[in-house]
Design a protein around this ligand. Structure first.
Ligand code: FAD
Length: 466
């Protein structure tokens, strides 16, 4: 490869070519269905390496992918034939308990950030699977168990250290670069590579009232109607995430329900536990639960509770719709999907939006509207040798199409292969403002392996693969 020798002299981390030790492990991402082979992997040791890698890609017209935690279902973190800029060795986390802030490097995972902040009884709101990268998650918004109390991850973002498409470092916050800071809070990896994030922290845990309740699918219509009526007036402290799937064998449900369709609701109370017990009582009274695990549990347990159900290396496919209400028709779709599920790894999940996150002005960040409503994701997972992948993806598409009449959009992180239509659905009226930012910060679309906001003029259309 041209220029590689010279690059080796300037780069502190590892540069991996096909066949070299570590290449195959590093090119793997969470979704085992993605099998791409970069011409070169730049495993960065720090922000200076990121800048060197970006400049190298520009000089050699390489298609670039950026890997944080590797969780993008479409495999955006890895590229065929181009340069994979891998941040997964960039792990520094520094917590300032007095100021209640944390600074974390671009390759940190949610669990790593949580473990560092929980040492001081603090947390930054984030997502619900601990092996997700803070990089991708933060730049898209960040939905999680405590967002109804503390806001989305981006609502708690104070600043970002970025390497721009020119390979230059840029500190971005609300005062120095307000427009770019707006775009980074929801616009994904379109404007540069974040080498560090600074978050505002909140007192959380180390133990809080939380856990899942399970019902048989037969009770799901009744429970979902109770949830529909309760959610819009629920206290901000109450986080609610629903899921519908085949019950996995294990301690969560009685053995007679193993492998049978169930509805689950994970509740999180970010406040005084006694008040929380009263607040969740109406949901507990719905239907006839087969298991109720809501109790004081460690925050770190809550944050990793569904890690095992979202294993690396399985084949995954998903689509999502934001619905303003759980109408009877939407409830029918969710129940019907669970009845016809094609794999024990598959599920439908729903974040209940609103609360503090929903009170943020939709214009304040690129995430847009996050008021009352439900982000419903239909997720298919199956083990790699299963040759019948099509029936799993067909199950997802069928559910997604059935929900479409009630959809008002989608969270950018939960689109997969919808292409430009998905980006349009995710950003709607904000797309024009995001495009203006893209034109300014990445007019050649160097950062295109993402939910891509296309610049109006591609100045260098001939970006080629190595
Ligand atoms: C099992 C699972 C659970 C999830 N749960 C949640 C959840 O609870 N809440 C939620 O909001 N989302 C959730 N997501 C979605 C997740 O936030 C996105 O897939 C996100 O892109 C993952 O980030 P990553 O760094 O792990 O991914 P990667 O695949 O490494 O990166 C995805 C893209 O993000 C960009 N990117 C990543 N890091 C950086 C960086 N440092 N600088 C610039 N760009 C960067 C790049 O464009 C990259 O291509 C979940 C995903 C999975 C697979």
């Amino acid at each position: 490869m041209r220029g590689l020798q010279e690059l080796r002299g300037r780069f502190r981390g590892a540069l991996l070519r096909p066949g070299e030790e570590g290449y195959d492990e590093t090119r793997r991402v969470w979704n085992g269905a993605i099998d791409r082979r970069p011409a070169l992997i730049a495993r960065c040791a720090g922000a200076d390496d990121v800048a060197v890698a970006v400049r190298f890609a520009r000089e050699h017209d390489l298609l670039v992918s950026v890997r944080g935690g590797g969780h993008a279902v479409a495999g955006h973190g890895v590229v065929d034939g181009g340069l994979m800029i891998d941040l997964s060795s960039m792990k520094a986390v520094r917590v300032d308990p007095g100021a209640r802030t944390a600074r974390a490097a671009g390759g940190v995972l949610l669990g790593e950030l949580d473990r560092a902040t929980q040492r001081f009884g603090l947390a930054a709101p984030s997502g619900i699977v601990s092996h997700t990268g803070i990089g991708g998650l933060t730049l898209g918004g960040g939905l999680g168990h405590t967002m109804r109390k503390f806001g989305l991850t981006v609502d708690n973002l104070r600043s970002v250290d970025l390497v721009t498409a020119d390979g230059e470092p840029l500190h971005v916050d609300a005062w120095t670069e307000p427009e770019l800071f707006w775009g980074l809070r929801g616009g994904g990896g379109n404007f540069g590579i974040a080498t560090a994030f600074e978050y505002r922290l909140h007192p959380v845990g180390p133990v809080l009232l939380c856990g899942p309740i399970f019902w048989p699918l037969a009770d799901a219509p009744e429970v979902l109607r109770v949830l529909r009526d309760y959610a819009p007036q629920a206290p901000d402290e109450l986080g609610m995430v629903l899921f519908a799937r085949l019950a996995p064998p294990g301690p969560l449900v009685p053995p007679e329900h193993y492998g049978r369709p169930v509805l689950g609701l994970t509740l999180t109370w970010a406040g005084d536990p006694a008040t929380g017990q009263r607040a969740i009582a109406p949901l507990r009274r719905a239907g006839r639960p087969i298991a109720d695990h809501v109790r004081p549990l460690p925050y770190l347990f809550l944050q990793s509770m569904v890690d095992g159900g979202n294993q690396h290396g399985m084949h995954w496919y998903w689509r999502s719709q934001r619905v303003p209400e759980l109408t009877d028709e939407v409830i029918d779709v969710v129940c019907g999907l669970t009845d016809t599920i094609t794999s024990p790894l598959s599920y439908t999940a729903g974040f209940v939006m609103g609360g503090t996150a929903g009170q943020v002005d939709p214009e304040a960040t690129a995430v847009g509207e996050r008021g009352n409503g439900f982000e419903l994701s239909i997720v298919a997972g199956w083990p790699p040798p299963d040759p019948g992948g099509d029936r799993h993806t067909a199950w997802v598409r069928q559910g997604w199409t059935a929900l479409r009449p009630w959809s008002t959009g989608v969270y950018s992180h939960f689109i997969s292969d919808e292409g430009a239509a998905g980006v349009e659905a995710a950003y709607g009226g904000r797309l024009k403002r995001l495009t203006a930012l893209k034109d300014r910060y990445d007019p050649a679309n160097l950062f295109r392996m993402n939910a891509n906001i296309r610049p109006t003029a591609i100045l260098r259309p001939g970006i080629r693969q190595a």
